[in-house]
Ligand binder design. Structure first.
Ligand code: NZQ
Ligand code: ZN
Length: 387
């Protein structure tokens, strides 16, 4: 078991109707609020109106229009400007992972006087950040319980993770009812994203029995509850369990003490959504079985066997390679069964820029240190197999 340090300062307030506590919670951080949100889904479900009604005694400044794969320009820059001009004391983020990620970047940049991009890239350290409270409306990324945010810079095709312990949300309101309206394709993309977060932790050199069990249970729960959410979007029990598993799946809690895996599929996916602005979970669903196939070897075989037997119930008496292959095929079949595109061409990506993306990933993502090290040729092979 490896050494580790762990602290998650975020308070989770979970369940139906918990939003009533919002004014009391927010008042602890101040009265001048930057309300961040996306393209309008929160208005369609009445959440925007509810928030304004609850916060009538607060001074609200709005930053609407944060896009999926949130953009440095304009959203981060505009939010930073508003915070500085209006003396904002707390950011209230209402939406999915993109809104929350963008809010984390704004929280750091608002307390920084240099070039904001230097903070995002980590060239300058984050020494201070505005507090963040969020109301999550889409179960997927786990951004509500971690200290990272993924930001895209369109002109350079960069999509990179800004992280600091100072941008953990202070409080995350998780009401599963706000996810009832998430469309089927986004629900499925959320399932694929969260399953992949767990796989990124499960496939490593050195793990504990407890973590393996935690990961296997998490994946099984996401498969069962994810399908139930797609079949019946207003199934509270399924939406609730899916939401909570997604929350736990990305803040390292499932792999404390494990050796590092390097999160290779995320490293490659960031290029796909950085270059083509595709939905993150769709990119991951396509890459996952191809990455698995690429790294299957005598060395990695025991992990695949454990995964196949414990997650899919494959007969453990079969030859080990057969179990591993069935596990990869079952992973593919599951993503296909929830309606995920399974080829890059289906999301508008052809062979044209594969060399360039493979080079970008090799230079920027450090995958030579992954569980199975990947160089530019490996990354290219995985991308080509995904076409
Ligand atoms: O913009 P609005 O109108 O709100 O619509 C959104 C958006 O179009 C919609 N939506 C959200 N809640 C809804 C809803 N529609 C109906 N009803 C609701 N209740 O869904 C669309 C997608 O939203 P988005 O926030 O982009 O999705 P998600 O939560 O999957 O976030 C994806 C982003 O998070 C990053 C991804 O790379 C991507 O940029 N990630 C963040 C991570 C983190 N912070 O730890 C880890 C992940 O691996 C991931 O990289
Ligand atoms: Zn992800």
């Amino acid at each position: 078991m490896q050494n580790f340090e762990y602290q998650t300062p975020t308070k989770i307030i979970f369940g139906q109707g918990v939003i009533e506590k919002l004014p009391g919670v927010l008042a602890q951080y101040g009265k001048k609020v930057l309300l961040t949100y996306g393209g309008g889904s929160i208005k369609k479900i009445g959440l925007y109106q509810k928030v304004l009604e609850l916060l009538k005694d607060f001074e609200i400044t709005e930053l609407p229009g944060i896009q999926p794969n949130p953009k440095y320009n304009p959203s981060v820059l505009e939010g930073t400007r508003l915070c500085k001009e209006k003396g904002i004391e707390v950011i209230l983020s209402v939406g999915g992972g993109s809104v929350l990620d963008c809010s984390k970047a704004i929280a750091g940049c608002a307390c920084f006087d240099g070039e904001p991009w230097d903070l995002i890239t980590g060239k300058a350290p984050t020494l201070k950040a505005l507090p963040i409270v969020d109301i999550l409306t889409l179960a997927a990324t786990g951004s509500e319980y971690d200290c990272g945010g993924v930001i895209s810079r369109t002109e350079t095709n960069d999509k990179l993770c800004y992280a600091s312990p100072l941008v953990f949300p202070q409080v995350s309101f998780l009401d599963p009812c706000y996810t009832f309206s998430v469309p089927k394709n986004q629900t499925a993309a959320g399932v694929a994203d969260a399953i992949n977060h767990i796989l990124e932790q499960y496939f490593c050199e050195d793990s504990t029995l407890m973590n393996d069990g935690f990961c296997e249970a998490g994946i099984k729960s996401l498969m069962v509850n994810g399908k139930a959410c797609i079949d019946n979007p207003e199934d509270y029990t399924a939406r609730a369990e899916m939401m909570f598993v997604c929350t736990l799946a990305c803040n390292d809690i499932m792999s404390l003490g494990n050796s590092r895996s390097g999160w290779p599929m995320h490293g490659i996916e960031h290029a796909l959504s950085g270059y083509y602005d595709i939905t993150h979970g769709e990119g991951l669903a396509i890459l996952t079985p191809r990455w698995m196939q690429h790294i299957l070897s005598e060395r990695t075989l025991p992990r695949f066997v454990k995964y196949g037997v414990n997650v899919f119930g494959i007969d453990g008496r079969l030859p080990k390679m057969e179990i591993a292959q069935k596990a990869i095929d079952s992973t593919y079949a599951f993503f296909q069964s929830i309606g995920m595109p399974m080829h890059l061409r289906e999301v508008g990506i052809g062979p044209e820029r594969i060399d360039e993306m493979a080079h970008h990933v090799a230079v920027n993502e450090g995958l030579e240190n992954a569980y199975v090290p990947l160089d530019e040729e490996d990354i290219k092979a995985i991308l080509l197999a995904s076409l």
